[in-house]
Design a protein around this ligand. Structure first.
Ligand code: THU
Length: 130
């Protein structure tokens, strides 16, 4: 977890947040030990902004990574409190990560809070509903 935090602290500088100034980094840990980063990327058309979690997952899938390859995702903010994934990210995480994948929230005080992906979106919409 320390390693993920170190990486998150480095990559958060890449966040593109001219509007909110609220920086977030997400680091995916793969089962083979590799990591993949994402940061939030905003836009003058605010609704087009992309959260760090989705940036990391879309980057991973773009590289051919599958849900079974992903062990966990760390969501880091440089605040002294935890920030929890938004509803859109929970929906995407529920489809692109396994139910038992870990979601680790981390903050500037080097505190961690670990949850399971499946607990973040109870009764969510899924491909089984189509
Ligand atoms: N944001 C994330 O990147 N992840 C979250 O879990 C919560 C919110 C971003 C979106 C936007 O760029 C900024 O934080 C403020 O909402």
């Amino acid at each position: 977890m320390k390693e993920l935090l170190k990486e998150a602290k480095k990559v958060i500088d890449n966040a593109y947040v001219p509007y909110s100034k609220f920086r977030v980094a997400a680091v995916l840990k793969l089962k083979n030990g590799k990591t993949i980063n994402g940061i939030n990327i905003e836009n003058a058309a605010y609704g087009l902004s992309n959260c760090a979690e989705r940036s990391a997952l879309f980057s991973a899938y773009s590289q051919g990574i599958k849900k079974s390859d992903i062990d966990s995702i760390m969501v880091y903010t440089d605040k002294d409190y935890f920030v929890s994934p938004c509803g859109a990210c929970r929906q995407v995480m529920s489809e692109l990560m396994e139910a038992d994948a870990k979601v680790i929230l981390a903050n500037s005080k080097d505190e961690f809070k670990t949850m399971k992906n499946k607990d973040l979106l109870p009764a969510g919409f899924s491909k089984e509903d189509l």
